[in-house]
Design a protein around this ligand. Sequence first.
Ligand code: IFG
Length: 534
Amino acid sequence: MVRMNRSRRRPTGRTVTAATVAVAAVLALVAGCSSGRSSQGAAAPSSDGRPSGATARTVAVVPRPARLTLGSGAGFGVTAATPVHAEGGPDAQAAAALVAGELKLRTEGGSGAGITFRLDPRAATPPEGYRLTSGPSGVLITARDGAGLFHGGQTLRQLLPAGGGYGTVRALVVDDSPRYAYRGAGLDVARHFFTVAQVEQYVDLLALYKFNHLHLHLTDDQGWRIAVSSRPQLTAVGGRTEVGGGQGGYYSAADYRAIVRYAEDRHITVVPEIDLPGHSNAAIVSYPELACAGDRTPAPYTSAGVGFSRVCTGKESTYRFVDDVVAAVAELTPGPLIHLGGDEAKTLAPADYQAFMKRAIAVGRAHGKQVVAWDEAAAEQPDLLQIWHPARQSTAAVVAGIAAAARHGSKLLMSPADRAYLDQKYDPSTPLGLAWAGYVSVEHAYDWNPDTYLPGAPRGSVAGVEAMLWTETLSTSSDLQLMDLPRLPALAEVAWTPQAERSWADFRLRLAAQAPLWRSQGWTWTRAAGVPWP
Ligand code: IFG
């Protein structure tokens, strides 16, 4: 029986008032004047010939497209009757159906005026990229792959009047594609359990901002969240606890498959994390033989300390456990990646830690996956090394070790806690979250370059960016939203938009214009400083 905890009702979304829309329009105008001519061409006169004021930099799309050129003619009016067409096969139909649902429009066979999703294998669009054109005869989104069409649809959602709904899509041409192939968001479902429905709502947020990976931190000291049929105690015992003493919960194989399918439909790959050898108290309580002889008696842990636990790396039975778990999770995961943790095994001798990680990484690869691990595992050269320690908290030796791993083939996944850990407070006034990495304001989450963050990281070694949301202090969907919004869209732009096309000055305006859309989704958010909220 899978125990589901109740999440608080989502706050009802207030309707977007005309005043809100007007304010958003004023914002765009103000921005147009203040940011001058953008590199994407001059401000175009609106349909009645007056300068619309907006420039490509201030069209309120996040992440900012790589290229957006405003047209000079009329745009396209979208009404409830506007048909959505799909051309080119099932991927086009899937994208059209999903976006039509999001826009409360109908899909219609055939072609003609309206919104068209066209899958064209000969299109010159890069992977996950798309071209979107809008003019009097309609909106056309063209891509070589389904992900590109879906991403074009997310841009279209933001080109409609703030807050979703119907209205005019201004005349423009967008040629867009992502900077990094890995654009992720990690959610810790171990410290506090979140139901399938809550995770799916989280995926909706990721999809709107073109993320393509969902990292689920499934195991930790306080809970084990994924059923492993060969190890039933992991959820029968380990699934029953969480930080603060709540009832916990876990995903059955069917639950996990439902999450994977929901994410995959939105072109998001699930990356499951089984954190070993540390952060393993829930596993040890479930299977006490995972402890070494002489270790203190395993007991459930519902506080928020880290670093105290580790499985016994000197016992062969531990590696049979690792194989059982990795085999089961790999089989449930269609994506190419499995995350095997490796962080904060503070009670292990370095040689024992390294020997364990080497074997664990080999097990992950033996089950057909590429392996992700936290930056303590640099010497073991996982396929993807997730950087989480802030550069200023890392010794030169650690940084050199990471650069060496990158030179020998590990790709780097940038999640430095001082930029990408969204469980960190915005500022001292933030009620939720932690602050060990320093305060992470919206601007601080936005204004950095993942390619140059780590001194000595070879060119081309950064595979992407991942925002992490740890949940020691977060237990409801609105808690997650308060920490994610508005910083997750900031990290989405860091991961998607070319560095040279990014600037805090125009991002903050485009970000403010997102708020009515969040309201229309029933999401709550933090009215963080530095952003001119409507
Ligand atoms: N570090 C721990 C997390 C979490 C975090 C909270 C990593 C890789 C601090 N490990 O981040 O489990 O406790 O900010």
